[in-house]
Design a protein around this ligand. Structure first.
Ligand SMILES: [Zn+2]
Length: 262
């Protein structure tokens, strides 16, 4: 089932979703409800009227300031809205329309954005986000098994990918003395379910590779030292998402036949 929508409409729905993700990113690590109270300025607490809740546009019109107290609003708000919009629209182009594949990838992206940015700020990956992600992932797995005429080996493969990533990161956690958190271990388990084996291996390799390149760049630029704690969650998010897309596309088949000469 595919529906054809204008691309700007898909971008806008992504930006609106991004606006909700901003609420999750701010409130979940603070233990606040993501529903009540409604959106308000984090400096003065003034509730925001609908005109100030338009994704990206409100920030630009208000020149990045709260209309009540004049405090600067973080640039992260419009950036997350634009990023989510761009990913939703990009996936629309990638999958050629709105489909169940589009929905699965868009939902995965939404969870990963929240996880990556919370980890950047707080160096934690909240259990609540991972637990909530498990529900759609379970539905997605069931749908895949159904599509494969009840072939349960798909679930075994999923568990293998999840177990591999979690075991590897747990070993790193154990021997590195805090170089990694248990949140990373749980992340690898939950999203490893979507990649299976050997997808989780590629994803972990890519995350470690990007993490090393960024880490070395940070040290060369003199911003970080060897002791700087760089959260691994954002790299895991990029690695797992990129490999998920590659595996589910023709590019994955091409790469696979190239690597294994089939
Ligand atoms: Zn304010």
């Amino acid at each position: 089932m595919e529906t054809i929508l204008p691309l700007w409409w898909v971008f806008l729905s992504g930006a609106i979703m991004g606006s909700f993700l901003n609420v999750c990113i701010y409130r979940i690590p603070r233990g606040e409800s993501i529903v009540f109270p409604g959106s308000h300025c984090v400096s003065c607490g003034r509730p925001l009227p609908p005109a100030e809740l338009i994704p990206i546009a409100s920030y630009v019109i208000q020149q990045g300031k709260c209309r009540g107290c004049g405090e600067a609003v973080s640039i992260q708000y419009p950036l997350v809205e634009a990023l989510t919009g761009a990913i939703f629209a990009g996936l629309y182009a990638f999958y050629g329309g709105i489909s169940s594949d589009w929905a699965a990838a868009a939902a995965m992206a939404a969870f990963l954005i929240v996880i990556a940015i919370i980890d950047l700020h707080h160096k934690i990956i909240p259990n609540a986000v991972l637990l909530v992600a498990l529900l759609p992932i379970a539905v997605w797995l069931g749908w895949k098994v159904h599509g494969a005429n009840g072939d349960v080996s798909i679930i075994l493969n999923s568990l293998l990918g999840a177990g591999f990533g979690a075991a590897l990161l747990f070993a790193v956690f154990w021997f590195s003395n805090g170089g990694l958190g248990l949140g990373d271990v749980k992340f690898a388990f939950v999203f490893g379910l979507m990649l299976g084996w050997p997808g989780a291996l590629w994803a972990m390799t890519l995350a470690a590779l990007i993490g090393s390149v960024v880490g070395i760049a940070g040290m060369v630029a003199g911003k970080w030292t060897r002791k700087t704690e760089v959260p691994f969650g954002p790299f895991l998010a990029i690695g797992y998402f990129a490999v998920y897309l590659i595996l589910g596309s023709r590019l994955g088949d091409i790469l696979y036949s190239f690597l294994f000469l089939q």
